[in-house]
Design a protein around this ligand. Structure first.
Ligand code: HEM
Length: 133
């Protein structure tokens, strides 16, 4: 029988750890002065979109695409000013959220690698120029 590697979704045992990650991530966004202004006042719809996307991406049901179509993440992020600092904050909160949700190896590293790459790919603005006087 062919060997089929387990998806991250299977490794972590379903959607619940992803829901926990998303809660922890958005709790950090609320206190982040760089990121908070980019998000709408009501964070419940963004939580649902991110959770459904991650469930789908990591090998679970494809409810995200049924509701939202093709992810086209780079295009969907163009309205938001994502420079290196915004990316670093986003990534820091998400890596912390993986640990807050208690996600163990090997899923932990697979998630970390994905978020590092995907967040770098979404940078769409140069850093502000620093003027020393
Ligand atoms: C690099 C830093 C990032 C920033 C500052 C950022 C910011 C945002 C903001 C402000 C929204 C709109 C909230 C909403 O209405 O849903 C959004 C949506 C979204 N983001 Fe990010 N994001 C970042 C990286 C990422 C990464 C790496 C992923 C994927 C792993 C991701 C996945 C999503 C998804 C799935 C949505 C909802 C798209 C939709 O269906 O409309 N984001 N992001």
């Amino acid at each position: 029988m062919a060997y089929t590697p387990k998806s991250v979704f299977e490794l972590i045992g379903g959607a619940e750890p992803i829901a926990a990650m998303v809660e922890s991530f958005y709790a950090a966004v609320v206190d982040d002065p760089v990121l908070r202004p980019m998000y709408p006042a009501d964070l419940e719809p963004p939580k649902r979109r991110l959770a459904l996307f991650l469930v789908q991406f990591f090998g679970g049901p494809s409810t995200y695409s049924q509701e939202r179509g093709h992810p086209r993440l780079r295009m969907r992020h163009v309205p938001f000013p994502i420079d290196q600092r915004a990316r670093d904050n986003w990534l820091r909160h998400m890596l912390q959220a993986i640990d807050d949700a208690g996600i163990d190896e090997p899923a932990r590293s697979r998630m970390r690698e994905y978020f590092e790459r995907a967040s770098a790919f979404l940078i769409n603005r140069a850093d502000p120029v620093q003027i020393d006087d």
